[in-house]
Design a protein around this ligand. Sequence first.
Ligand code: AP5
Length: 224
Amino acid sequence: MSELNLILLGPPGSGKGTQGERLQADFRLPYYATGDILRAAVRDRSKLGREAKQYMDRGDLVPDEVIIGLIAERVERSEAADGFILDGFPRTTAQAEALEAEMAELGRRLTAAILIDVSDEEVVRRLSGRRTCAKEGHVFHVEFDPPKNEGVCDVCGSKLVVRDDDKPEVIRHRLEQYREKTEPLISHFEQRGILRRIEGESPPEEVGDRIRAMLATLKMEEEL
Ligand code: AP5
């Protein structure tokens, strides 16, 4: 495929970050995760971080006008010329339309919107056991993907913490926000013929294998 412009779509805790890291390693494409970008801004106490924190702590979405510019600037970077992986963006119809307008302006198109499908019960189980590296955002799970040393990131050695928005009441609100604002994107991308559904409740390696197999099929179809 000439370009691989991928979107990872799915409810909170579906494994977008877990699969995004793997895809980035496999395809050597830039990986832009809006949640990670915003959390880094919160840590830096920048203007963006101060504004975003109030929404994130409640489990609300940050306003479209704040987030659209952040991604538009990244998609235009030369490092993204052969493709990119977007995790957590777009999350509203307005964000999807802004991205599509920008891609059209650049003479490019989205390759696939990969929906990682998991149930609400699985989301709660995953988010309540998630541990996130305080420095670089690497993700672990106390039961499903434990770090080699408890409380310490395998990749960079920093402390593992529970995210502020992984408290039970905030998880519930994030799921409501997903149903109301993000789920309509499933039919949006279906209509454009680029939605690819992946069963996401199997172990991470199996989910990753399914995504790679789906991308290999897309590549073959394009070459026919
Ligand atoms: P964001 O960080 O994007 O949160 P999210 O979409 O809720 O997704 P998560 O990061 O919680 O989960 P994930 O799907 O990446 O799962 P993970 O791989 O970690 O956004 C946070 C906030 O920022 C939003 O609430 C909003 O306020 C704001 N924001 C971000 N983007 C925005 C936008 N575009 N517009 C407006 N606001 C925006 O996995 C979860 C756990 O499960 C881990 O512990 C992992 O180890 C484990 N796990 C993963 N896969 C498996 C598996 N197959 N089997 C078992 N365990 C697994």
